[in-house]
Ligand binder design. Structure first.
Ligand code: PMM
Length: 299
C-alpha cells in the first residue's frame, strides 16, 4: 500500500510514520501518573524521548483516563507551560495535549506547533476559534464526553461507521470555526467511550480512516484493550499498564503499515525502530541503502 503523504504547515514530512512520545505532566494518568509531574523531570523525559527517536513530543497537563476528574485551567497551565517552553527552546517539535482554548493558545505562544485536543474541539466552545488563530495543525479526536462518564457513552450500531461519521461532523464544525482544512489531523480516540471490541474494530479499519484524506494519528499505547488481550490466563487479571509496551509497538507498527501518519506512545525506542523497519520494507530497502554501509559488517 502506498503511504499517503500530507503537508502540514510547520511539521516536517518524514517519509514514514512519525512517532509522538508522551510526557504526561500529571499526578494521575493511567500508566505514568506522577512520574513526570516535576517540570525538570518532564523536560528531561521529553529530551530523552526525542533522543530515542520521537519526532514529536506530546505534553499534557490533565489526565483523561476513564473516571478522571478535571484540573483547573491555572493548574494545567502551571504544569505544561515551563515544559513546552523548555522543550521547544531545545528544538523539540512539541504538541500540546489539552481540551482548553487558553492552554492551547498559550502553549503555542510558548513554542508548541500542534494542538492535540482529545475532545476535537467539543469540550471548550472557544477551542476551534483558538486553534484557527494559532494557525497550527489541530488534532480532531473522536470523543463523546468527559472522562468521568465516558464509559457510559460507549454504544455503537456500527462502531467504524458511527465514529467516522461523528469525526467528520466535528471536522466540519472546526472548519466552520475557521480551522484550515489542511491543518486537520484525525484520530479514532482508542479507549475513549469505546469498549474493547470497539478499539479492535477501529484499529482494523485504518483504511477507512486514511480514506478521509487527512493524516491519521493512532494512540494505542498501553491502553486497556491491550491489557485485556494479554490478561493472565490463570487469574484473568489484565496485564499491568507498564508491561504493555511490546503490544503497543506491535499495534503501532501495524497502524504505520496501514497508513497512519503518526503513532503516540509512552516508550519510544521500540516503536521508533519498528516504524523504521516498516518504512524500509515499504521502500524495499531504498531508505536504508541510501545510508553508508561499512564493508564486512554482517552482525
Ligand atoms: N489518549 C490519551 C491522551 N491523549 N491524544 C490523542 N490524540 N489520542 C489519544 O488516544 C489520546 C490522547 C490517553 O492516554 P495517556 O493518558 O496515557 O496519555
Amino acid at each position: 500500500m502506498k503511504r499517503p503523504s500530507h503537508e502540514l504547515p510547520g511539521v516536517p514530512e518524514w517519509g514514514r510514520c512519525a512517532v509522538m512520545g508522551i510526557v504526561n505532566v500529571t499526578p494521575d494518568s493511567f500508566s505514568d501518573g506522577g512520574r513526570w509531574l516535576d517540570p525538570g523531570r518532564a523536560v528531561d523525559r521529553g529530551l530523552l524521548l526525542a533522543e530515542q527517536g520521537a519526532d514529536i513530543v506530546d505534553v499534557g497537563g490533565e489526565s483523561t483516563r476513564p473516571g478522571a476528574t478535571r484540573v483547573s485551567e491555572e493548574e494545567e497551565l502551571r504544569r505544561v507551560l515551563p515544559v513546552v517552553r523548555a522543550l521547544a527552546d531545545r528544538g523539540v517539535l512539541v504538541s500540546i495535549d489539552t481540551m482548553r482554548a487558553r492552554v492551547a493558545e498559550t502553549a503555542v505562544e510558548a513554542g508548541a506547533r500542534i494542538v492535540n485536543d482529545v475532545s476535537g474541539g467539543r469540550a471548550d466552545p472557544g477551542m476551534a476559534h483558538a486553534a484557527a488563530r494559532t494557525g497550527v495543525p489541530f488534532v480532531v479526536m473522536h470523543w463523546r464526553g468527559q472522562s468521568a462518564r465516558m464509559d457510559e457513552l460507549a454504544g455503537y450500531e456500527d462502531v467504524v461507521a458511527d465514529v467516522i461519521r461523528e469525526v467528520e461532523r466535528q471536522m466540519d464544525a472546526v472548519v466552520s470555526a475557521g480551522v484550515d482544512p489542511s491543518q486537520v489531523i484525525v484520530d479514532p480516540g482508542l479507549g475513549f467511550a469505546k469498549r474493547r471490541q470497539d478499539d479492535w474494530a477501529l484499529l482494523a479499519s485504518l483504511e477507512a480512516w486514511t480514506a478521509l484524506g487527512r493524516p491519521v494519528l493512532v494512540a494505542a499505547s498501553r491502553k486497556r484493550f491491550l491489557g485485556e488481550l494479554l490478561a493472565d490466563p490463570a487469574t484473568g487479571e489484565a496485564r499491568p499498564a507498564g508491561s504493555r509496551d511490546a503490544a503497543t509497538a506491535a499495534a503501532s507498527v501495524l497502524a504505520a503499515a496501514r497508513g497512519a501518519w503518526a503513532v503516540r506512545v509512552h516508550e519510544v525506542r521500540d516503536t521508533a525502530d519498528a516504524v523504521r523497519v516498516e518504512a524500509a520494507i515499504r521502500s524495499r530497502g531504498a531508505a536504508v541503502l541510501r545510508q553508508p554501509v561499512t564493508a564486512g559488517t554482517s552482525s
